[in-house]
Design a protein. Sequence first.
Lengths: 334, 540
Amino acid sequence: MSADFSWIQPEPHGIYIPPADCWIDPSRAVDKALVTHGHADHARGGHGQTVATPETLAIMKLRYATDAGATPVSYGETLRLPGGVDATYLPAGHVLGSAQILLEHAGERVIVTGDYKRRADPTCPQFEVTPCDILITEATFGLPLFIHPPIEAEMGKLLQALADNPDACVLVGAYALGKAQRVIAELRAAGHSDPIYLHGAMEKMCRLYEEWGVELGELRLVADHSKDDMRGAIVVCPPSALNDRWSRRLPDPITAMASGWMRVRQRARQRNVELPLIISDHADWHELTRTIEEVNPQESWITHGREEALLRWCQLNQRRARALALVGYDDEDD
Amino acid sequence: MEAFAALLDRLVYTGSRNAKLALIARYLQETPDPDRGWALAALTDGLDFAAVKGSTIRNLMADRVDPVLWALSRDFVGDTAETASLLWPEPVSDVMPPPTVSQAVELLGNMTRANARTELARLLDRLDPSGRYALLKMATGAMRIGISARLGKVAFAQAFDVSVDEVEEYWHGLQPPYAELFAWAAEGADPPDTGSLPLFRPFMLAHPLEETVVSMEEYAAEWKWDGIRVQLVHADNDSGGETRLYSRSGDDISATFPELLPALSIPAVLDGELLVRGSHQGGESGPDKQGGAASFNALQQRLGRKTVSKKMLAEAPAFVRLYDALVIEGEDLRALPWSERRDRLEQFLPRLPVEHFDLSRIVDAEDFAQLAQIREAARDDAIEGLMLKRRDSPYVAGRRTGLWYKWKRDPLLIDAVLMYAQRGSGKRSSFYSDYTFGCWAGDPDEGAELLPVGKAYSGFTDEELKKIDRHVRQNTLNRFGPVREVERSLVFEVAFDSVHLSKRHKSGLAMRFPRIHRIRWDKPAHEADRIAALEKLIRD
């Protein structure tokens, strides 16, 4: 293999590394997979061997009830793969355990960001800017209209709604892995120490976060409590439960949703959200473009999301870039 | 402006009508004059700033955002004002504090086409994203946030505990910011004096009949004519009197049909269907055999014009086929039963010029079954269906259950093939919800091609929309900006009211009010209808 990066191949079902015969975040079962983080669209089950951070492996074990073939690699640790490929896992700041993967082969450096964000998050270490030749970047919020406001402002909106409606509850739809725990941790950081109620589907992941040292304060299960217990409280559920019959057991819930998509009014309306909270675990437009500038790769490969706009930005800024057509990544729930 | 912007945001995210009313009412109670009046005008589409149009915003953004990035963003958001509010670059230097609603209205009103780009930019710099959204929505006059003018008036009535009928009555004689209206409702001043103006009275409307069966003893039937519903009003005043013509929404369309204005010189408010004369094209002829009504297609040539040529006046003169009388010689008849108003209207008719007025006749039927037969047999293109009116119904604004029904003719149906899909706007932004469909120009098995025959964006449920959207994304052949060309595989059963010859379309046909009737996931595309089948359905 020569200096033309042919040792790394974007395929529809993931990024393939021929000399090491392994895949990054493949969307179907393979012999050997390097997984960036635990979201189901990146961490599929059934691989022969799965290389990921210990946190990500724990999340996958919780979901797939098996850790067969699990190969842990810690942040900063380098793993020698066959064919002279080195893989180093670096923090991506997306969710607990999320990593960028730095691949090195024959003096060439490629980084796969996986999903990432640049902002501080009490549930995971912050993204590390690392120089490379090719940056394979996500683009979930790759449109200039996506600017995530400071999280303190969104927490303020949430706590204000709670204070304005002492007899109701605020039901926050949040992705069960990452977003929910971050929202809870940020509420604690904002001084909200009341018990927070959980949809049953959230419980195990919150416990897992706590086992990994993320403090979430007092959590209670909705199923164990009466309507009156939950008046004036915050309830967290997966987005799919927001408009579900399940929510009838809650006292006059005000429907909130924590997602980067809430920046666009009609997106909130389509989900019947009354209180949109613009909270995302993905990089916004400024973070995406700033990261390309700071990493300063020879070339950027843009994947899952709104590739076209980020590609255009690269053109306008005289940066080489191409869009990859990877399938199977689902961005709707962030 | 912050409070108004917050109100708009809350309204966008509020589903229930009662909650919306409460939000608007509270804003109107808490906000000082004249801000609340301007806000109410904005909510009820009562503001118009000549210098600021959608194109003004697009030009403004073109100076600041790369056109490709703008187009991609606009396509995603589905709303120009919102996209601009989100993409507007935050000002780098200190700016003035946000304007009040009144200040914003004054600044917008003073803008000219020449300075709108700089002045509007300055105003946007003073606002946050929500404020920019509110300002741009207000400036371009199209809120599209699910608030009807009626809802605004109901909220006003609720805020100050006055009757909404009275609000409607005074509303049309007043201009934003409605100082007299607020003085009356909020401070107990005398009601606004609107007596000497030819004012619009809200229309009485009908519910679709659907499965209801009514007794012909209690209800009278008349044709539902296929023109536009109008109200012609004459009021006497110091300068001798004035006549105005209003459309169904209360817009003053006097200038479009000037021949009707001198036709009414007695103080009256008349409700009827505006039609144009056509020699052979259907409709009943008047008592003087002047010829019947032309099809809606002919009327359409005259709609929306601010000035009318002599040729047009001669070729397609307008007349009003009267349904009802609200006021005759200054006497308000609205509380009377329909049958009495009808008598009064019939007595009044001889005092009106025959070339501009006739009466919508009563359709006699012994019973409902016979009426259904009459409706089935109606072949006249100027007839949209039947109206059923309770004989004892007073004339009340809006749709009151059980009083009036409309019973439209069954739609025409055709099977057509989805060809192009475009992203929708508003609630459907980011979904492919506008569909262009076509029929075969010959035998598809012999290589005939599909020609577009119409476009529809209604008639399906949200669930079906999601399914079609997925189909579009998975079967895309080509992309042209927001439009996707789709593989010719999905058949729609399309319902439409009528079809006409048209030079504007390659197929030579244009449908009226096409909508998706059923989605035929099961039907192979080559079994869809041919153009020739559609041509047979032309009635004029």
